[in-house]
Ligand binder design. Structure first.
Ligand SMILES: NC(=O)C1=CN([C@@H]2O[C@H](COP(=O)(O)OP(=O)(O)OC[C@H]3O[C@@H](n4cnc5c(N)ncnc54)[C@H](O)[C@@H]3O)[C@@H](O)[C@H]2O)C=CC1
Ligand SMILES: O=C(O)C(=O)COP(=O)(O)O
Length: 534
């Protein structure tokens, strides 16, 4: 598989990808049209914050399986477009947290003690000792906006330096804040008003964009603002003006609305604004961590394993995965068979889990059932975009579970509806590993789902099975296995054949020419060539 890397990541990540047998191409300057060209034949794209992964990228990259973000923030990736195209987006949410927290602490000191400014003066030959009277952090109040992974690490560090903590984060509990010795406040303005130093640690989202503007800076009066999260959360013009006018004492910023920061940014003209070029994650340890974690995510995606850090794919618990993994294929196959046996437009899909499997988190299994249902409709579908496709097309999806089961340890039942009728296919695992179709439309069968399958509905009378066998034989189609189920003696029967060859059109016509044969559906489980005849 080909992995295109468009922002610098640490060597151990590149090596991990190569060791796994993948071709790695690094192209760190690529953007715009050149990026669209470069990504065209890529199976994975690995980025940091420097690549704009827009909808056009997903449109150009037809073979893309995953975008790996070697870091946390994914505001440079159009996740919606990724989902539409069935591409997994995964970040590395752990590896650079401590680096970002340490940089935040460093920036807090830099601002409060004017370290860069004093350093600059001394380098210029000036001993400006009398001009810098700093602020001690001890006994001051830190306002944390966003107590997530980075915010928590910052809280621990600055708490231990003697700061009191107040937190604004509408999505956490008081208990959580209390664990960090912080007072949770439900108002941003109050948080800023109480803070001597305010530090921002939220993602950039429509909700947080411009969250700190002129009014908020006025609340922080006399304090310092630190932003090592994302540009765009803080209004840069308002901040430059607030520092310039002495409304706030100073600011330290590591991320900016536009990066690289334009040379004419007003922030650069204000003495008490300290800036670094998005260095929060730039430590050797952090870069190694996120590069390796991202490589592992890419490799997992290529291997069809769950990507635990995926942001737009069904969630999977690593420890539970071995228990649900075999049912992924069962559900997909059941969905595929059901969709091909039901006439008309599908309006609903119901996935039912019975027995042991009902105890598991089956989100990925249900998504796989939907993939199976939609694939014969020739939608470009996978487990990432199947639930969304269902929603967009008004197909109602229901999932139900019962621990009770009659005949098998676990059953996955996929029922498709067309508004009038329902058709259900049930699958299970024999000996815990062999997928079997055990019921089709109420008929008890025992079919091994692979290769070419023929599902025939016929009347239950002597000679019909012989007829089907003879017609297939006449067309050089070998029967590898067969199972016949019937309602009642002389009623309707359903027969499933495993075949070594596809069924020629002429054979199907001959079969359908016989009154006793009601319907013949050929299902090819390993890909193309599904056809239906009645
Ligand atoms: N400068 C750098 O190099 C680095 C920057 N970052 C950035 O730091 C930020 C935080 O990262 P993590 O802590 O890993 O994220 P996280 O997802 O663990 O935490 C974010 C927190 O923000 C809270 N939040 C969401 N909306 C909010 C709102 N409207 N008001 C207040 N709180 C809100 C969430 O509830 C959550 O607790 C991200 O923007 C990330 O991209 C992360 C690493 C390095
Ligand atoms: O992880 C993050 O969110 C960061 O901001 C780090 O960005 P970078 O990987 O250094 O471009």
């Amino acid at each position: 598989m080909k992995v295109l890397v468009t922002d610098p990541i640490a060597d151990p990540g590149l090596e991990r990808l190569r060791e796994a047998g993948h071709e790695v191409e690094t192209d760190y300057d690529v953007e715009g049209e050149a990026l669209l060209d470069a990504v065209r034949d890529a199976n994975a794209l690995v980025v940091r914050s420097g690549t704009d992964v827009s909808r056009e990228v997903f449109e150009a990259a037809e073979d893309l399986v995953i975008v790996g973000r070697a870091g946390i923030g994914v505001d440079n990736i159009d996740i919606d477009a990724a989902t539409d195209h069935g591409v997994v987006v995964a970040n590395a949410p752990e590896g650079n947290v401590r680096a970002a927290a340490e940089h935040t602490v460093a920036m807090t000191f830099a601002a409060a003690r004017s370290i860069p400014q004093a350093h600059g003066r001394l380098k210029d030959g000036e001993w400006a000792k009398g001009e810098f009277l700093g602020t001690e952090l001890n006994n001051k109040t830190l306002g944390i906006v966003g107590l997530g992974r980075v915010g928590q690490e910052v809280a621990k560090r600055l708490d231990s330096l003697g700061m009191d903590l107040v937190v604004y984060d509408p999505y956490i509990s008081e208990e959580r804040a209390a664990q960090f010795g912080a007072d949770l406040v439900d108002d941003l303005h109050e948080t800023l008003a109480r803070a001597d130093v305010a530090t921002v640690h939220t993602p950039l989202l429509p909700e947080t964009e411009g969250m700190i503007g002129e009014d908020e800076l006025a609340q922080l009066e006399g304090g310092y603002l630190i932003n090592c999260a994302r540009g765009g959360i803080v209004d840069e013009d308002a901040l430059a003006a607030a520092v310039e006018d002495g409304v706030v004492a100073g600011a330290a910023l590591d991320s900016f609305a536009e990066e690289p920061l334009p040379a004419d940014s007003p922030l650069l003209d204000v003495e008490d604004v300290v800036v670094t070029p998005h260095l929060g994650a730039s430590t050797e340890a952090a870069q190694e961590n996120v590069a390796v974690d991202t490589a592992e995510a890419v490799i997992a995606a290529f291997d069809g394993e769950p990507v635990l850090t995926a942001l737009n794919a069904p969630s999977v618990d690593e420890t539970a995965f071995p228990r649900i993994e075999p049912y992924i294929a069962v559900a997909e196959t059941a969905g595929k068979v059901a969709a091909q046996l039901l006439d008309g437009r599908i309006t609903g899909v119901e996935v039912t889990y019975e027995g042991d499997i009902a105890a598991e988190d089956v989100e990925l299994v249900t998504a796989s059932a939907l993939k199976g249902v939609f694939e014969p409709l020739e939608w470009q579908v996978n487990a990432v975009n199947a639930p969304r496709l269902a929603e967009e097309r008004g197909i109602e999806v229901t999932e139900s579970k019962t621990r009770q089961t009659e005949d098998f340890q676990s059953i996955v039942r996929v029922a498709v509806h067309n508004g009038d009728d329902e058709l259900a296919v049930e699958g299970t695992l024999f000996a815990g590993e062999d997928p079997r179709i055990v019921r089709i439309d109420g008929f008890r069968v025992d079919a091994v789902p692979y290769g070419h399958m023929l599902v025939a509905r016929n009347t239950d009378e002597p000679g019909v099975i012989g007829l089907i066998g003879t017609v297939l034989g006449d067309h050089d189609v070998n029967i590898a296995g067969m199972f016949n189920g019937r309602e009642t003696q002389g009623g309707q029967a359903l027969t499933v054949y495993n075949l070594d060859q596809p069924v020629p059109e002429a054979a199907r016509e001959t079969l359908l020419g016989d009154d006793r044969v009601v319907e013949v559906t050929e299902i090819t489980l390993d890909g193309a060539d599904e056809r239906k005849a009645e």
